[in-house]
Design a protein around this ligand. Structure first.
Ligand code: AMP
Ligand code: ZN
Length: 395
């Protein structure tokens, strides 16, 4: 695989390295990976194929512009750590992936698309039974949401501007006899994808959902909130195209999220977010997970990056539960506590009894990541797992 070294015009600050590295995947289709040198002065790009001189120049200028955009005026955010149990001793230190693959517990269907076997499926059910109990404590009513999501509604909440790079579009063949016949006769999967011409496909009306709670806000749009506040819970498939960042169960294109969602006045949302964190913390303590909770940002696309990331930080809008992956001494976000202020209430016209826009917040868990982080820390043998999980496993 060809490599290309590029000297950065700006020394990339340490706190931005992981985010810049992740963004570089979207800069050019020829980039299959990127590493930033320890001093932040050089970027090593792995390319799919050898590029011509003009193509390399174009690629370099895009890389420089992304780096400049992200670094310009970026101040190092003060990471606020709310809980720190990363030192909890856990029994396992090996990478579980080879075993999970060998046992058929994980099968890769395509990049970012994975099937899980009976052990992981059951483990996720165990976590789910806990989340349902937790939701009941908040009187969060269960709801079911679609996998598709309205393009019109996503537009209303500026999603296309904030996260264009990770969108997944749903389309279908145009209602045209020639188009359908041509497709039926000629469609073949080639090494780079389906060979059908782009003009065969309809204009986009729907996408695959990137999150769960948006559906609740869309359902409540343009109406006064029924009552002064509400809580709901739902699980759903979520889709985020993470390009060459898609790797194992850590970063998937199609994953499932359980959310508990709060809508109402600011203090209702904030108090419940806080109470939910306290409850989850007790659960993680009983399980014995090694994790921390720290302030975080959503992965805004570069144009929005600095402003939005600083805003989220300043207003304590997002905290992540990061589980330790002992085999590589890194952490992985398995869940998040989010407060959107009155963003959805304003954009979707959801009003409180006093006429003001509703505030919203959610707590969200990535179910595959949670199961993966759990087996990273506790291994693949249910008989040796911590009692609360083992007991729930046996039902
Ligand atoms: P977020 O809304 O970004 O805070 O996501 C909530 C949770 O979903 C995260 O804490 C992860 O556990 C999970 N998650 C987000 N993106 C992915 C992904 N690409 N693959 C697997 N899990 C994910
Ligand atoms: Zn949410």
């Amino acid at each position: 695989m060809p490599e290309h070294k590029l000297v950065s015009k700006i020394a990339i600050p340490t706190h931005l390295r992981a985010q810049v590295q992740a963004k570089l995947a979207y800069v050019d289709e020829n980039i299959s990976g990127a590493t930033i040198s320890n001093d932040g002065g050089a970027i090593f790009l792995r390319l799919h194929s050898t590029a011509t001189r003009p193509a390399l120049q174009d690629l370099e200028s895009k890389v420089h512009s992304v780096v400049a955009d992200m670094a310009k005026g970026a101040v190092q955010p003060k990471v606020e750590v709310l809980e720190d149990y990363l030192d909890r001793s856990v029994p396992c230190a090996a990478d579980p992936m080879p075993d999970l693959l060998a046992r058929g517990e994980v099968s890769r269907e395509h990049t970012g698309i994975y099937s899980l076997g009976p052990m992981l499926a059951r483990l996720i059910e165990v976590f789910e039974s806990y989340f349902l109990e937790l939701a009941a404590e908040f009187d969060a009513k269960p709801q079911r949401f679609p996998t598709l999501i309205s393009a019109e509604k996503l537009g209303r909440v500026n999603y296309f501007r904030a996260f264009p790079h990770s969108l997944t579009f749903a389309t279908h063949l145009r209602e045209d006899l020639h188009v359908i016949n041509d497709f039926a006769e000629g469609a073949r999967f080639e090494s780079d994808g389906l060979n059908a011409p782009a003009a065969s496909f309809s204009k986009i009306q729907a996408l695959l959902s990137p999150a769960v709670c948006y559906h609740l806000y869309f359902a409540l749009a343009d109406n006064p909130l029924p009552g002064s506040h509400l809580a709901a819970t739902a699980v759903g498939h979520c889709f985020r195209y993470e390009s060459s960042n898609l790797s194992t169960l850590e970063r998937m294109w199609d994953f499932t999220m359980r959310e508990i969602i709060f809508v109402g006045p600011a203090d209702f949302v904030l108090q419940n977010r806080h109470r939910a964190r306290q409850q989850v913390s007790l659960f993680l303590e009983r399980v014995g997970m090694a994790y921390n909770v720290e302030s975080a940002n959503d992965p805004f696309f570069v144009g929005e990056f600095r402003k939005q990331a600083a805003f989220q930080n300043a207003f304590q809008l997002k905290y992540e539960i990061r589980a330790r992956l002992p085999f590589k001494d890194e952490t992985l976000a398995v869940g998040s506590y989010n407060y959107h202020q009155d963003f959805f209430g304003r954009h979707l016209n959801i009003t409180l009894p006093d006429g003001k826009p509703a505030h919203t917040g959610c707590i969200a868990f990535g179910l595959e990541r949670l199961a993966y982080a759990f087996v990273c820390q506790f291994g693949l043998e249910p008989a040796t797992w911590p009692a609360p999980i083992r007991e729930a496993w046996h039902g």
